[in-house]
Design a protein around this ligand. Structure first.
Ligand code: F6P
Length: 322
């Protein structure tokens, strides 16, 4: 193996640049050439490659986003697109690829591997934390901090006006952001896609709070909750009770910002491990960190959603929000 490529794909996440930096510098440390692929899988198809040196990744560790740009590639979902990508890799003398992204990225990599013999190792780059095979995905910790900082500010005004705030966080299919940010921000209740608990439980919680003279409340709703997003939940609440209610949708602010220290450390560890894995001949696996150790999970397994959140943490939300 003499030359590797690296790309970012899907929704961007803080820490992706730290991972890119670790991939590039580990490769160069091992006398490999490194090529950055711009704009995710579309860049593979368009031959949009940029040679990278150690200096190419200077001063990016602290930056959110991805210097290689990213996107969700429709063309890579076609046989012709994947064939073009393969031809470009071979014609450019690229021997292996590190792909940084979420479940869509690894789904694409798994299909590509069925059609072409090519070494790919993945890094879990998504704020959703919805991948099997790692305790934390790159971007999750920073997104949580962003949500908690925002909700702390919201709590000031909620308390001043005795209001109920319903805050929507990202997570179409997974409630990991809602769960831990709910605990960190002291939310009275959270609604999340995996939940079978619906609006009635929420109403009970709010009524309990009122009986305990709770003057204001914060509800955190994952955008994919079965009761709908924050606006729909607010409508259902207002149909039942006369709360002075406001809605906040945090949106893409959760995807930006300077990565936290732990984010940078984990992303650096995983980026380094990805190149080491390729050098050891490993392929078609996602790198993760499980119980503080590097883990290797086949792409097909990494993208399976477990569909359940940590029951102990869910119980904690109920206990601490009385
Ligand atoms: O997958 C990460 C994510 O931020 C999800 O949490 C969110 O639902 C989605 O991407 C938003 O996608 P887009 O960036 O295309 O609006």
């Amino acid at each position: 193996m003499k030359k590797i490529g690296v790309l970012t794909s899907g929704g961007d996440a803080p820490g992706m640049n730290a991972a890119i930096r670790a991939v590039v510098r580990t490769a160069i440390f091992n006398n490999l050439e490194v090529v950055g692929v711009r704009r995710g899988y579309d860049g593979l198809i368009d031959n949009d490659f940029i040679p990278m040196q150690s200096s190419s990744v200077s001063n990016i560790l602290q930056r959110g986003g991805t210097i290689l740009k990213t996107m969700r590639s429709q063309r890579f979902m076609t046989v012709e697109g994947r064939q073009k990508a393969y031809d470009n890799l071979i014609n450019s003398g690229i021997d292996a690829l590190v792909v940084i992204g979420g479940d869509g990225t690894f789904t694409g990599a798994a299909v590509f591997n069925k059609e072409h013999e090519f070494s790919i190792v993945g890094l879990p780059g998504t704020i959703d934390n919805d991948l099997i095979g790692t305790d934390f995905t790159i971007g999750y910790d920073t997104a949580l901090n962003t949500v908690v900082e925002a909700v702390d500010k919201i709590r000031d005004t909620a308390d001043s006006h005795n209001r109920l705030f319903i805050v929507e966080v990202m997570g179409k299919d997974a409630g990991y952001i809602a769960l831990r940010s709910g605990i960190g921000a002291g939310a009275e209740a959270i609604l999340y896609p995996e939940s079978e608990v619906f609006i009635d439980h929420l109403m009970m919680k709010l009524e309990d709070g009122k009986r305990r003279q709770k003057q204001s409340s914060i509800i955190i709703v994952a955008e994919g909750s079965k009761e709908g997003g924050a606006a729909e939940v607010a409508k259902k609440v207002n149909e039942r009770f006369d709360y002075d209610t406001r809605v906040v949708v945090l949106g893409h602010v959760q995807r930006g910002g300077s990565p936290s220290c732990m984010e940078r450390v984990r992303a650096s560890q995983m980026g380094n491990a990805a190149v080491e894995a390729l050098l050891e001949g490993k392929k078609n696996v996602m790198i993760g960190i499980v119980d503080k150790k590097i883990a290797y999970t086949p792409f097909e397994n990494a993208i399976k959603h477990t569909g359940k959140l940590n029951p102990d943490l869910l119980k904690l939300v109920d206990i601490l929000s009385i």
